[in-house]
Design a protein around this ligand. Structure first.
Ligand code: AMP
Length: 111
């Protein structure tokens, strides 16, 4: 989608620190990390927020996203460390980029 920063990253028009890519998703390090490890998982299709997932013809979108999360946390050795998944939906919840993304946050050092 025109003027969407994550669409531009997916199209290779803006650089990112890529962590993972498959047919459906791209994951990269957050430019302004709020935890020691802060990765964004972004579907390649432009959906604004989580409540649009069910409107999309591909009914496997959520499955693709969470399967990618599983691959990433295994590859990045985050399972033992523990990790948080966050999806902000809407300005009132702190969403700044209106292209659905899952924040993977880890490395807090807690037990
Ligand atoms: P949210 O507030 O949930 O919409 O999260 C948007 C996230 O995108 C923020 O954590 C930003 O730091 C991050 N972000 C914005 N632009 C970029 C970029 N060019 N590359 C990587 N992360 C970005």
């Amino acid at each position: 989608m025109k003027d969407c920063i994550f669409c531009k990253i997916i199209a290779g028009e803006i650089p990112c620190k890529k962590v993972y890519e498959d047919e459906f998703c791209l994951a990269f390090h957050d430019i302004n990390p709020r935890s020691p490890i802060h990765i964004l998982v972004v579907p390649k299709i432009h959906l604004e927020a989580a409540h649009h997932i069910g409107d999309y013809p591909d009914k496997n979108t959520a499955n693709h996203l969470f399967s990618a999360v599983g691959n990433i946390v295994k590859e990045q050795n985050l399972i033992e460390k523990g990790y948080r998944l966050v999806i902000n939906n809407g300005k009132g919840a702190g969403q700044e980029v209106f292209h659905l993304h899952i924040h993977i946050m880890s490395g807090f050092g807690g037990k």
